[in-house]
Design a protein around this ligand. Structure first.
Ligand code: NDP
Length: 251
């Protein structure tokens, strides 16, 4: 693909994330606690999560491996992407305790398109367009970005673990007030961690496709965190008052 076309696509993708943000602030995607009728055929949550998330590592790996960006640093980025997505597509879905909940197929298909585009833009960047040499490992952008990525990943994983454990002794699939970890400060620390993680990726790769993915992650997860937070406050009269939605001490 001509480089110019590739960058036009990245710019288009960035603009689209900004255009979609107001819609996401108004309409919470109808899965999980925001499930509603009227969104057409559905699939089980487990199958939905596998289908929609597996395309990201698959598309990323295809474009990465069919290019020539096989420096050590490029391989390291490849490994980070794979670690995140193997958890999300092949481990996380089997840990859900949702009492057979389903999600609309439409949501699943939107996510397939979203993940394919992000997988392509980032895989093609690392496979074909950019080779990082070993000196990049000593660059402050890489060091700070990698630290953010690892910290974000740890927060995301730890917070998801807390949530998934909440239903251990609740076979009815009911919701509980989560406590511990970053839940001390915010309602959706898993989303906070995910945003930090991809900001770290953007910084460590110092790339426009990395930035576009971080922007999309924030555009998806900030509105959803605001909806989840409102939902918690309505659902639980005794919900902790000082807890923010997503960013500790901010909002
Ligand atoms: P949620 O926090 O809404 O839910 C995660 C799991 O925990 C679900 O099984 C949910 O059940 C359960 N759960 C949540 N809250 C409670 C509670 N109070 N009591 C009991 N169980 C609870 O996360 P999402 O499903 O939206 O996202 C899952 C992961 O995917 C997150 O780590 C997120 O960061 C990531 N993600 C990333 C995106 C991106 O753009 N990069 C986009 C979307 C998600 P139930 O389904 O029944 O609500």
């Amino acid at each position: 693909m001509p480089v110019r076309t590739y960058f036009c696509l990245v710019i288009f993708w960035i603009i689209l994330s900004l255009l979609i943000l107001p819609a996401l602030l108004k309409i919470a995607a109808p899965y999980g606690r925001h499930t509603r009728k009227g969104w057409g055929p559905s699939v089980s949550n487990t199958l939905g999560w596998i289908l929609m998330e597996i395309v990201s590592p698959a598309v990323f790996a295809f474009f990465f491996l069919s290019g020539n960006g096989n420096s050590t640093v490029n391989m390291l980025f490849f490994a980070l992407w794979m670690i995140h997505y193997i958890n999300r597509s092949l481990i996380f879905p089997f840990r859900l305790r949702d009492n057979g909940k389903r999600m609309p197929l439409l949501i699943c298909l939107f996510a397939v398109a979203f993940n394919s585009m992000n997988g392509f833009l980032n895989g093609y960047w690392l496979g074909t367009l950019k080779t990082y040499d070993t000196a990049w490992l000593g660059d402050m952008r890489f060091i700070a970005g990698a630290a953010l990525f690892i910290t974000g990943f740890a927060i995301n994983l730890h917070s998801d673990n807390i949530l998934l454990r909440l239903r251990k002794n609740k076979p009815d699939g009911s919701y509980q007030i989560p406590t511990g970890g970053f839940f001390r400060w915010v309602s959706c620390p898993n989303y906070f961690g995910e945003i930090i993680e991809w900001l770290g990726w953007a910084l460590a790769t110092w790339s426009l496709p990395g930035f576009s993915f971080a922007l999309w992650t924030a555009a998806n997860l900030i509105p959803r965190a605001l909806s989840n937070h409102r939902w918690y406050k309505n659902y639980f009269p005794d919900y902790p008052k000082g807890r923010k939605s997503i960013f500790p001490f901010l909002f």
